[in-house]
Design a protein around this ligand. Structure first.
Ligand SMILES: *Cc1c(COP(=O)(O)O)cnc(C)c1O
Length: 409
């Protein structure tokens, strides 16, 4: 896939060469290094075109057919198209495509279902919970009484017994399943069963796997959760933004929780780009892509283990891997810096039951570039080399540049 867009034109360069240079520099950075941040991807030229379209100029507070602004005839059709495509793609009765981001989607889900002070059960932050799952630095931790469940110290898998026990003793109003760092499929049927037992809502925060769900490469939370929150920019490969899926009975509460409760005007250019991305995600080519994303992650996890890193849960079901580089003599924070110097861009993250941080990486972006298992094995070798021998960074950087150059984004 070759991304050509507004940067090719000279409108911006003539008017604002300073910013044009910055954008070219960013494109060069993205094209010459390897984007292994699990939450990132490369959108298509069509998605970028919609983002840069005249809908960027349109104010559209409200929902199709009930706007607070005039001139929304086309915006209404575009939003209805995005909604219908999302519903069809995920088999959902209702879709809200206005949430500005994944965090906004979660905020709206809580606003739709909870009152301040309610108890919510979610994966604890040290085990991969998102900031919106009860961080004291976030509205969620300030306004709700979050109880964290964890993962088993040995297997790294969600501790289902603990989830059930905490649900029975703490009687949460909602249970959240979903994570920024959990590499395995989530057992949505299990969470539904526990939620039903204690009379709680089930909120699936599927920001990461929703793209895999679209392509049939991961189980869907839609049949199980009362509300599914998601992003559109991770594996799903759309514009930066959020989305909420739910049953017809919660549709009005969810819509009102997004607008007017937590947001103002819809970002119509982003909604148009979401429609484009949902259209792409409904194709056979996208299904093939998502299965390759997972195959690549499995190959990369196995190759990283062979390099001596300890891969959490022993592998992955998804696009996402977390690993402890400690056996190579570095902690995650140091490792991230060394790898960045070699052109390998990824995150460090908390590791369950470990004092030091580990590495979190994903295969969504490199798979969009067309890389396959053979390239994953080379990437693991680059990572091992750069971590074992700090002085090798410039050499590895050149090899990374060659590999990235052979698969232009
Ligand atoms: C990425 C993510 C979010 C937040 O998405 P933003 O668009 O960055 O606000 C929320 N929850 C989970 C589980 C995520 O992975």
């Amino acid at each position: 896939m070759t991304v050509t867009h507004a940067l090719e034109g000279d409108v911006l360069r003539r008017q604002d060469p300073e910013l044009a240079d910055l954008l070219l520099g960013e494109r060069e950075r993205q094209a010459s290094t390897l984007q292994l941040i699990a939450a990132e991807n490369f959108t298509s030229p069509a998605v970028l075109a919609a983002l840069g379209s005249p809908l960027a100029n349109k104010y559209a507070e409200g929902y199709p057919g009930a706007r607070h602004h005039g001139g929304c005839e086309i915006a209404d059709v575009a939003e209805r198209l995005a909604v219908e495509r999302a519903k069809a793609l995920f088999g959902a009765e209702h879709a809200n495509v206005q949430a500005h981001s994944g965090s906004s989607a979660v905020l709206a889900a809580y606003a739709a279902l909870l009152r301040p002070g309610d108890t919510v059960l979610a994966l604890g932050l040290p085990y991969g919970g998102h900031l919106t799952h009860g961080s004291p630095a976030n509205f969620s931790g300030r306004w709700f009484d979050f109880v964290g469940y964890g993962v088993d110290a040995e297997s790294g898998l969600i501790d289902h017994d603990q989830v059930r026990t905490l649900a029975r003793t703490r009687r949460p109003k909602a249970i959240v399943c979903g994570s920024i760092a959990y590499p395995r499929h989530i057992d949505y049927a299990f969470f539904r069963e526990v939620a039903d037992e204690v009379g709680a809502y089930l909120i699936a925060d599927a920001a990461h796997p929703i793209g895999l769900v679209a392509g049939g490469a991961a189980p869907s939370p839609v049949p199980y959760a009362d509300v599914v929150c998601a992003t559109t920019h991770k594996v799903l490969r759309g514009p930066r933004g959020g989305m909420i899926l739910c049953g017809a009975e919660l549709a009005e509460r969810v819509d009102r929780a997004v607008f007017p409760f937590t947001q103002g005007g819809a970002q119509m250019h982003t909604i148009a780009a979401k429609a484009v991305a949902f259209g792409e995600a409904a194709t056979e080519a996208f299904a093939v892509y998502t299965h390759q994303v997972v195959a690549n992650a499995r190959a990369l996890a196995a190759a990283l283990a062979a390099e001596g890193l300890v891969v959490t849960t022993g592998g992955t079901d998804t696009h996402l891997i977390t690993a402890d580089p400690a056996p190579l003599g570095v902690d995650g924070r140091t490792a991230r810096g060394r790898l960045a110097a070699a052109g390998l861009v990824m995150d460090c993250c908390a590791l369950p039951h470990a004092d030091l941080r580990g590495l979190r990486l994903g295969t969504a972006a490199v798979t969009t570039q067309g890389m396959r298992e053979a390239e994953m094995i080379r990437i693991a070798a680059f990572i091992g080399q750069a971590l074992r021998d700090e002085a090798s960074a410039p050499r590895v950087r050149e090899q990374v540049r060659d590999l990235a150059g052979a698969f232009p984004p």
